[in-house]
Design a protein around this ligand. Sequence first.
Ligand SMILES: Cc1cc2nc3c(=O)[nH]c(=O)nc-3n(C[C@H](O)[C@H](O)[C@H](O)COP(=O)(O)OP(=O)(O)OC[C@H]3O[C@@H](n4cnc5c(N)ncnc54)[C@H](O)[C@@H]3O)c2cc1C
Length: 492
Amino acid sequence: MIDFDVIIIGGGVIGCMTARALSRYQLKVLLIEKESDIGMGASSANSAIIHAGHDPLPGSLKAEMNIKANPMWDQLSADLGIPFKRTGAYIVAIGDEDCECLDSLLQRGRENGVACEIISAEEMRNREPLINPQVSGALFTPTAGMVDPFAACIAPLENAIENGVQVKLETAFLSFLTKDGSLTGIHTNQGDFNCHWVINAAGVYSDEILRQADPESTFTIIPRKGEYYILDKSEIQLNNILFPVPSAVSKGILVLGSTHGNVLVGPNSTIEEDREDKAVTAKGLNEIWLGAQKLVPTLQPGSIIAVFAGLRASGNAPCPDCSIDYKHDFLIEACTQLKGLINLAGIESPGLTASPAIAERVIEILQQEGLKMDLKENWNPIRKARPRFHHLSMAEQKQLLKKDPRYGRVICRCEMVTEGEIIAEIHAPLPARTYDAIKRRTWLGTGRCLGSFDMPRVIELLADETCQPVTSITKKGPGSEFLFRLTKKVEA
Ligand SMILES: Cc1cc2nc3c(=O)[nH]c(=O)nc-3n(C[C@H](O)[C@H](O)[C@H](O)COP(=O)(O)OP(=O)(O)OC[C@H]3O[C@@H](n4cnc5c(N)ncnc54)[C@H](O)[C@@H]3O)c2cc1C
């Protein structure tokens, strides 16, 4: 008996967008994620830029997917309630040497068919008064933008769930089940699931899963860490995305104003052997601060409120059909050694941008591979974002308060998140079950106090709403419990 037609391994943006694309069809789909929430890998630790597509090597899959996906974000944002701003981005030259680089970037952008223009130093200073006065010019890409990276995972998956997709958290893929060389399912830490098709969207682990099916494969992921600072939005505001000229391996240390209003500074790029090591280092933080000051010299260390790091799933995938060695390109293909397995590996930047186009490519591959795919008649593309009390007009706030007075109790004072919003997330189509899951959905705890005031109340709310003891509430899953025992018991 078949449990599912298709199983997706990994709940990052690639798995979530793929789940939504598959939810259009009359298929039984399951997404498994090893962590306690989706979007805990690279998808929640990135620069959150929807790249224009000027940067990837022309002819590469990165360029193709980036350019196809960039215009899709306006509709996605409207349908799914994903915060998205098409601000444009600047690649800023400081000094004459950088200026020469702008010309080759302009040429590459034009080869990729991306709108871009070089603007003068004076124009750059007009457009961003905080820019280094030593600026010598900039490349402007008007179609770039920024997105809420958490909503980019949560929203499509919630829409997929509303259209019938199932999700199992804390469920880790362990091995493939096969019979006479054919794929029959997967073995996980939560038992076995039958299926004929598996989508490998496991981020930094996608090469290990790929090699289980094809031991001869030379495809390897070499994780590259990127570290960041987050600055207090009440101290510095910036509405632009500012890149330096890129290096051979990365787009460089940038400074940008996020959709949420905080300035983000980073990332650097260092090879990391441990696929779980997301710790920041003094050396790395120093490097990003110096890099950021080249673009905005007036940045003040006093405005730093948080740090984080993400791991890029950098792969080495030579192109099989041509002589060009597209190092670090995406690998998006059906596995030749195990029919039914589709590998989505090496999805580093611009993977967030490219995710909706990659999801569409998965549908094409499944159709080519012979999966019968009939469209659902009643597929609903719309996922309504839940209200953010602080963003509503006075009239809307009054109306909401009449329906549910819990929207009147502010739990996070820095970000003005209310009890009603937290409870709505606990009972959402993909229920938030940890403190960090609530944080990713509401942005609570991301202000200056970093959750000191809201945390005890959020723990209580999670416990009450899920009928669990407070000692079982965690920050981000098993092993991160806040409270180990009650210190006293008060009799009623
Ligand atoms: C520092 C940095 C900056 C970036 N900046 C940008 C940017 O500005 N713009 C852009 O477009 N892209 C950017 N990217 C790239 C982008 O973040 C990634 O391409 C994208 O998030 C990859 O998504 P994913 O779903 O493939 O991987 P992930 O988000 O890592 O998801 C993979 C998921 O698989 C799960 N998993 C792994 N193994 C198993 C298993 N055995 N069983 C079950 N689940 C499993 C993991 O827990 C994880 O949740 C950046 C990346 C980094 C690290």
